[in-house]
Design a protein. Structure first.
Length: 283
């Protein structure tokens, strides 16, 4: 039996991937915090695993105090470092390592893909760069390595569950003027992409995991209002989010336009290509 070992398996994406791989006949092992702190136990798990999926990371949508910034750093970099250390140490290596990053690595000036880009030089952008650099060290061990740069993942739960609540009461609206980009991925397309890169041995390196048609906060707002048959006339002032989240408000107020060029060029077909497709399937 093939085995998938997952960090961050209790999160929204992790629970969906766990269910998918179990239905496909894989044994799924959750790599817990205590095992990340015990290199011998971690090595035992890794020697059994065909695929290692690294999803660990504290919630990025939060108030970014200096203390919380360190939590964001440690939960990503330290987890990835110890996984790399364990994979170096074991005799039986996994076939595939899939780690995570985010579209926050890009600037917000125009639309970018994996080959045409301009990286952001701020806390989130630099964190993503360091996170990816740690994960890519696994390539030196001879393990096929994929890094998925996530857009906002839409599904039953996760970010959509938080976004949709005010809309249900007719209190939904744009953030600011709504012009900021919104790059997203439907959870079913995300799962399909994990299966795709596992089955296609030529897939390696960095892939944007976003819909081929990024949208804006305004169009997201209208799609939610239409699906719920609710008004969307109450914009959320950006200064309110700044008061609540401090620097962390940037995640909500300053989106990126990102396209999945490498997945499309490799032959991957998205089912949910537009924000209306995604929202209407979920609401």
């Amino acid at each position: 039996m093939k085995t998938v070992a997952i960090t961050g398996s209790s999160g929204f994406v992790g629970t969906n991937l766990k269910s998918f791989f179990e239905l496909k006949g894989f044994k799924v092992i959750a790599i817990k915090r205590e095992e990340l702190k015990n290199i011998d136990k971690l090595c035992q798990i890794i020697e059994e695993a065909t695929i290692i999926i690294n999803l660990a990371g504290a919630n990025i949508v939060n108030r970014w105090t200096e203390k919380y910034k360190q939590i964001l750093i440690d939960s990503r970099l330290e987890t990835t470092k110890v996984l790399v250390q364990a994979m170096r140490k074991v005799d039986r290596k996994p076939e595939l390592f899939i780690s995570t990053s985010a579209v926050g690595i890009y600037k917000n000036k125009t639309c970018y893909d994996e080959e045409n880009y301009d990286y952001e030089d701020d806390f989130l952008g630099n964190l993503c760069k360091k996170w990816e650099n740690e994960a890519l060290k696994v390539q030196d061990i001879g393990i096929r390595t994929i890094i998925f740069r996530f857009g906002i993942v839409l599904g039953y739960g996760g970010a959509l569950e938080k976004m949709i609540k005010p809309f249900k009461f007719g209190l939904g609206g744009t953030i600011g003027d709504g012009s900021q980009f919104f790059s997203f991925i439907h959870i079913k397309d995300l799962i399909k992409a994990y299966e795709y890169v596992y089955e296609n041995q030529v897939c390696v390196g960095i892939y944007n995991l976003t819909s081929p048609n990024p949208t804006t906060n305004y169009k997201l707002t209208k799609a939610l209002g239409k699906a719920l048959n609710r008004p969307t006339i109450l914009p959320v002032p950006e200064f309110i989010l700044n008061l609540i989240f401090n620097e962390g408000a940037k995640v909500l107020t300053d989106g990126q336009c990102v396209k999945p060029k490498r997945l499309i060029d490799s032959g991957f077909d998205f089912k949910f290509k537009s924000i209306d497709d995604a929202i209407s399937s979920l609401v």
